[in-house]
Design a protein around this ligand. Structure first.
Ligand code: DX5
Ligand code: ZN
Length: 223
C-alpha cells in the first residue's frame, strides 16, 4: 500500500465515459477522486458541479472512493450544504474566497464533511497558520487554478516543504495535497517535499489509465 496517494482529477477525463474512467482509476488503485468545480468568476473557466458529484456518489460507495471536491468558486459558503447533500466527502475552499475562513471551515465540519483549504501560487502559507489545526486537508495549488494541463510552478516545492513544517509545528493532522502539473517526472520531488496526496489530471487520463496510475504512484513513493 503506497503511503503517498494519487487523486485522479476528472477534469481531464472523457465526460462521455466518466463512470467507466473512474472505475478504471479505482481498479488501478485510486482511493480518492478529485472533482474540480469552477464558476467562471473566481477562475476564468466553467467546469462541473452538483449533478456530477451526485452521479459519482453510488460509484464512490461501490469502489470505496473518497470524493474530494475542490471548490474554485466565489462565496463557497452558499453551496456547501448542497455539495454535502450531493455526496462530497471532502469540501475544499480557497483561502482567497473566504474572508471568514474560520466560520466557513466550521460550516463544512458541521455538515459532517471533511474540510479542506486551498491556496493559490501567490498566496503565502502564513495565511493558514491559525487555521491549520482546524482543517483536514491543505491543498497547495502548483498551477494557477482554472485549467488542467498546465506546467508545474517550480517554487511550489519549497512551499510544500514549508507547509509540511508548519503542519508539524502546529500539530495539525491535516493531509497535504498538491494540485496542478503533476507528472511522472516531478512526482518524486513533490513526494519528498512532504505531500500526502498528488492530484493528477492530464498525466493520468491521457493514455493508458492503469499504466499511468502505476507510474505516478511508483514515482511519488520514490521506488
Ligand atoms: C486546476 C485544477 C486541477 C487540474 C489538475 O485548476 O484544480 O485539479 O485539473 O490537472 P493537471 O494534472 O492536468 O494539471
Ligand atoms: Zn483541483
Amino acid at each position: 500500500m503506497p503511503v503517498i496517494q494519487i487523486a485522479p482529477s476528472i477534469l481531464a477525463c472523457d465526460f462521455a465515459r466518466l463512470g467507466e474512467q473512474v472505475v478504471a482509476t479505482a481498479e488501478a488503485g485510486a482511493s480518492l477522486i478529485h472533482v474540480d468545480v469552477m464558476d467562471g468568476r473566481f477562475v476564468p473557466n466553467i467546469s462541473i458541479g452538483l449533478p456530477i458529484v451526485q452521479s459519482l456518489r453510488p460509484l464512490a460507495d461501490q469502489y470505496n472512493l473518497t470524493l474530494d471536491v475542490h471548490l474554485m468558486i466565489v462565496e463557497p459558503e452558499r453551496y456547501l450544504e448542497a455539495f454535502a447533500t450531493a455526496g462530497a466527502d471532502i469540501l475544499t475552499v480557497h483561502v482567497e474566497t473566504c474572508p471568514h475562513l474560520h466560520r466557513t471551515i466550521q460550516q463544512i465540519k458541521e455538515l459532517g464533511v471533511k474540510a479542506g483549504v486551498a491556496l493559490n501560487p501567490a498566496t503565502s502559507p502564513t495565511l493558514l497558520e491559525e487555521i491549520l489545526p482546524e482543517v483536514d486537508l491543505v491543498v497547495v495549488m502548483s498551477v494557477n487554478p482554472g485549467f488542467g494541463g498546465q506546467k508545474y510552478i517550480p517554487a511550489s516545492t519549497n512551499k510544500i516543504r514549508r507547509l509540511r513544517q508548519m503542519l508539524h509545528v502546529t500539530r495539525s493532522a491535516a493531509l497535504l495535497e498538491v494540485d496542478g502539473g503533476v507528472k511522472v517526472e516531478n512526482a518524486a520531488e513533490i513526494g519528498r517535499a512532504g505531500a500526502d496526496i498528488l492530484v493528477a489530471g492530464s498525466a493520468l487520463f491521457h493514455g493508458d489509465i492503469a499504466a499511468n496510475f502505476k507510474s505516478l504512484s511508483l514515482s511519488a513513493n520514490n521506488q
